[in-house]
Design a protein around this ligand. Sequence first.
Ligand SMILES: [Zn+2]
Length: 329
Amino acid sequence: MLRWIDILKFAANGNPEPDREVDKTDEEWESILTPEQFRVTRQHGTERAFSSEMCELFEPGKYQCVCCGTVLFDSGEKFDSGTGWPSFTQPAKENAIAYYKDDSHGMSRVETLCNTCDAHLGHVFPDGPEPSKLRYCINAVALEKVESNEAKATFGGGCFWCTEAVFQRIKGVIAVRSGYSGGDVINPTYREVCSGRTGHAEVIEVTFDPEVVGFEDIVRVHLGTHDPTTLNQQGADRGTQYRSVIFYRNDEEKQAALDLIKEYEGALNKSVVTEVRTFVAFYPAEGEHQNYYNGNADRNPYCAAVIEPKLAKFRKAFPEMIDKQADVR
Ligand SMILES: [Zn+2]
C-alpha cells in the first residue's frame, strides 16, 4: 500500500517503471480527445468542481486513463471526499501513476500523471481516510469508467499456502493473492506477522466473477476446507495469525457469512469460532509466498503432507465447483 512517504520519494527520486509507454504528438491527442479532455489531460487543466456525476458513482468497475486506456483506479478504492472531484485512496497498481512536485498557484502540491502516457490527472494529498491516508483528487474528464465483472473477498483460514491452493481451483475465481489483513500495522512483513504482534491474520484475497461463482459459494468452500472450530489454530499451526476469519465489504455479505456459520454449526453440532469483521485493508505477502503450492509442490514436503489433504477434501466436498484447467496437479 502506498503511503505519503512513498509519494514524496517518487516525486523526489523518480517514478516506478510503467508496464508500457504511449507517446503521441499534441495533434494526435487533439484528434482523439474532446477539447475539454485535451485541455485537462494534455495542458494540465482543472475541471470545475462538481462538474461530473462520477463523484457520486460507487458501482463496481475500473477507471481507465481517457487518453491511453491504462487502468488507473479500482472502484474499491473510491470514496466520497465531498470535494467535487472523484477521489481514491490508492492507484490500481503501484506503477500506474507518476508523481511530480507542483509549486504552481502559490501552493506546494504533488501532481499526478498517467505513468503510461503522461496525461495530467490531478493531485494527491495526505488527508485521505485510513489506513493509507491518501486522497487522489482526480479530474473526472481524465477518467473513463469501465464495467468489470470482478468482486473481491478476503478470508483467513490458517496458513495461506494452503488456502490459496484451494481457492485457485474454484471455477469463476480469477485470481488469488496471499497476504495479511485484520491488524494495525501498515505493509507488514511475513516475519512481523509470524511474531503474532501485528494483529494481522494470514489471509487470501480472492478475485472472482460473481456471475459464475457467488460470495456465499466461496464462503461455503472456506468453511468446508479448514477447521473453523479451533481458536487461533489450524492443525499444528498455532497463533492469532492462523485464526479463522471472514471479512465482509457490505451488510449483505456480513449477513450471508453469519447465516452460513449458523448453518455450518447446526450441521457439525459444534460451535464455530470464525471471526466475521469488516474489511479494511489487504496487504499482499512477499513474492515467494504467492502461488506457493503450484510452484513448490515438488520441493517442499509440507505441500504433500498438509496442502494435498486439504485439496482432496475440497475435491470431494465441492466437485461441481472445480475448475479443471486450474486443478492440474
Ligand atoms: Zn494514459
